[in-house]
Design a protein around this ligand. Structure first.
Ligand SMILES: *[C@@H]1O[C@H](CO)[C@@H](O)[C@H](O)[C@H]1NC(C)=O
Ligand SMILES: *[C@@H]1O[C@H](CO)[C@@H](O)[C@H](O)[C@H]1NC(C)=O
Length: 375
């Protein structure tokens, strides 16, 4: 029961209804400039206290409030921006760059670098987050024992979060995480890390509802977007991914009791040189988790390896595969993939028609489908 089964899909439009055997997001009037609280734009002086003091003033404000970060590089240690604020709306406007300590041991055991906890109605406009992760990646890639690393920016148990035009580079661990959140809108986000950086997922969403991600470019060493248990009403549109591992739902079903993933739309995405396209991963063990109503639509793939899918509708998917088998439905005999629909799919391998492989998968195809459907 412990062997891991992948129900993987090849990028397409998927309208899934998978019952796996098994089965958490989200962070004017008065303006508070961090420099007035003692922050130094020199990239070397620890500005953590100044940022937290400016946040506390904004949070305690009787009106809508802004925390302002001017141009320059500001060094911050791990910082918790706590909510339950008096202010009903806080905007963080960042013209500069927030820099993590270059010694990964300073924040590498704390899981979080910048953490927004229980905040309500927070908007982040602009800014660059530099996680300075290269040292930790080298440590991890050398096989030494290293700290786990810190996610660059996380929102926990927060509602009504807007992120516009934020750039995250070289995170130690994940770039952006929403856990236990409701109503999140992200747009114009840029994420970059080396293709060989371990566990640097671009955006991770779990136990969260109504998260939308628009017009975002992600180049990283792990999943561009990863979707964990308890995610509902997720909308991803106009996202470029690559390098990276694609957009992944799962792994689901690690635990016996697990909330499912439902109503996920992934629309108009481009995958370039990614390890996968769109996939759903699950553990082959007992769980009440599930994934249903998943749609992958209008994807373009170039040179994507192992584009894999399960239990989904693939509609209008075109491009090239780096492997001869471009479409792979690899499902278990005990819990086969069902109701897979393929419509207008054309994937090539070396300018020739690619092949498809099906194991315990059934469904229907319509329109032009190349490789010929094996459902
Ligand atoms: C599915 O999610 C979208 C947002 O991504 C939302 O607009 C829609 O109402 C949801 N559908 C259902 C049936 O909940
Ligand atoms: C496709 O990817 C392979 C392996 O990742 C690489 O060697 C090759 O140069 C890529 N081809 C193109 C056209 O980018």
């Amino acid at each position: 029961m412990e062997n891991k089964t992948s129900y993987n899909l090849l990028l397409l439009l998927a309208s899934l209804n998978l019952a796996f055997l098994f089965s958490s997001c989200s962070a004017s009037a008065s303006s508070f400039n961090v420099v007035s609280f003692g922050a130094k734009a020199d990239g070397k002086s620890d500005s953590t206290k100044a940022f937290l003091d400016a946040w506390a003033q904004a949070c305690g404000s009787a009106t809508a409030a802004t925390v302002y970060v001017p141009k320059g590089r500001f060094l911050l240690r791990n910082s918790v921006f706590a909510g339950q604020c008096k202010s009903t709306k806080i905007t963080v406007r960042i013209d500069g760059t927030l820099v993590a300590p270059s010694d990964y041991n300073v924040i590498g055991n704390s899981k979080y670098w910048l953490l927004f906890q229980q905040v309500n109605t927070v908007t982040i406009n602009g800014g660059i987050l530099d996680g300075q992760g290269t040292g930790l990646w080298a440590c991890k890639n050398s096989g030494k024992s290293c700290p786990g690393g810190a996610t660059s920016i996380s929102f926990m148990n927060s509602n009504n979060i807007v992120i516009n035009g934020l750039t995250s580079q070289n995170s130690q661990l994940y770039h952006i995480v929403f856990n236990g959140c409701n109503n999140v809108k992200m747009q114009g986000v840029r994420i970059s890390a080396s293709r060989t950086s371990p566990n640097t997922d671009g955006i991770h969403v779990q136990l969260s509802t109504s998260v939308s991600i628009y017009n975002t470019r992600i180049a990283t060493g792990d999943d561009c977007v990863s979707v964990g248990p308890g995610t509902a009403n997720l909308w991803i549109e106009n996202v470029q991914c690559g390098p990276g591992h694609g957009i992944s739902i799962g792994s689901l079903g690690k635990h016996l009791e697990e909330p499912g993933v439902q109503n996920v739309t992934v629309k108009t995405t481009t995958f370039t040189g990614t390890q996968n396209g769109v996939r759903i991963k699950s553990w082959g063990r007992p769980s009440n988790g599930f994934a249903r109503n998943i749609l992958f639509q209008h994807a373009v793939m170039s040179n994507v390896s192992g584009v894999k899918i399960s239990d989904v509708t693939y509609q209008d998917i075109h491009g090239s595969s780096a492997t001869a088998v471009a479409v792979k439905f690899d499902c278990s005999s005990e819990y086969p993939c069902s109701r897979i629909r393929m419509e207008n799919v054309k994937l090539t391998y070396n300018n020739q028609v690619a092949s498809a492989s099906c194991s315990h998968a059934d469904g229907t195809s319509s329109g032009l489908v190349q490789p010929t459907s094996c459902l």
